[in-house]
Design a protein around this ligand. Sequence first.
Ligand SMILES: NC(=O)c1ccc[n+]([C@@H]2O[C@H](COP(=O)([O-])OP(=O)(O)OC[C@H]3O[C@@H](n4cnc5c(N)ncnc54)[C@H](OP(=O)(O)O)[C@@H]3O)[C@@H](O)[C@H]2O)c1
Length: 365
Amino acid sequence: MSPQQKALVLPKKQGNFEIGSRSIPSPGAGQLLVKIQSAALNPVDYKIKDIGFFVTDYPAVLGTDIAGIVEELGEGVDNFRKGDRVLDNSFPWVRPECIGSTSVYRLAHGDFTNDFAAFQQYTLTDARCTAKIPSSESFDSAATVPLGLDTALVGLYGNHFGAGLTPPWTKSAGGHESKKPIVILGGSSSVGSYTIQLARLSGFYPIITTASPSNEELVRKYGATHFFDRNLSGEELKAAISKITDSPIGIVYDAISLPETQSIGWELLANDGTLVLTLPASVKEDEGKGRKVIQTFAGPHAPQNEELCSSSWAVVEKWLSEGTIQPNKYEVLPNGLEGIIGGLERMKLGQVSGTKLVAHPQETQ
Ligand SMILES: NC(=O)c1ccc[n+]([C@@H]2O[C@H](COP(=O)([O-])OP(=O)(O)OC[C@H]3O[C@@H](n4cnc5c(N)ncnc54)[C@H](OP(=O)(O)O)[C@@H]3O)[C@@H](O)[C@H]2O)c1
């Protein structure tokens, strides 16, 4: 029998998680086998369990954010060594290897999808979208970065799933959006926190955000220049923003994207502005020319994102080591993979604020 590992398995659509056993996969060409030290939780994980979307084959293993140690190198990988500490946004449901396709992205099918998931002890990663963890960061802090950062950067810089701005890491860029205002709804969320940090790199000013008052200091630490209580109405927020800037708001990034935040974002947006969403739109675009709505999609292996994500993943180690991008605050869950079950429940109930939950798969009993 091939070597086995423990995994948090969802046996059937909308079923209940259980600890199971799976084979440890072998890396193919261009891939790494990583021993996961830390896996971070994301809202998509409880949504898949509850709603049953994205995943088509069961039993399924979920989770996208990993930090761990390279155990084995696939053919052709020459930029990593066994023992390297790495982080990755595996986004297991949309893989470059899959054949089935939809109009926007290739959706992965079959058990091999599970080989790329985070909620287990070993995973495969694509070396092009894997970065080394600098010595200044722990596995836990590194695991808070991948999906949140990709969602922020595809939303801002993606030509297909984003506003198409010039990325600040390209030669001609840096401060490209100088002195333009941006509003980021939900600055204490993981996606919001990385959007604030990228907005700072792009040169936006002012960087206006909303969160609970208890997270004001946190969002300012990420780089927000102006903070407002998330409970203000659209009208109140608009009035408050008009006292800060008289420039039109050309970009609103709604990291939360509930119907109520979307209508606030829509109200704030200038006539030719873009509202970037993380969830499907509930606001309707203006007829003809006018305000645009874009739903972002952070799978780094979606063909529309591959070029952008491989260029950004090439600078992640540098960003982290220089402190250009700060990882999220985190809380470590008890009981290895089993702890993920309660963690996802807390996220669903809105009980996690300004914090990423992480689990240690190797501590599973
Ligand atoms: N499209 C994609 O590819 C993609 C990728 C990743 C995530 N997403 C989606 O993006 C959303 C955010 O994900 P995440 O991981 O960033 O979430 P998260 O970190 O779990 O979000 C928790 C935060 O949301 C904030 N929040 C909740 N309601 C708010 C409101 N009405 N106004 C302002 N802030 C509010 C809370 O702020 P306070 O505690 O300060 O109140 C809390 O800190 C989720 O729906 C997720 O499914 C989509």
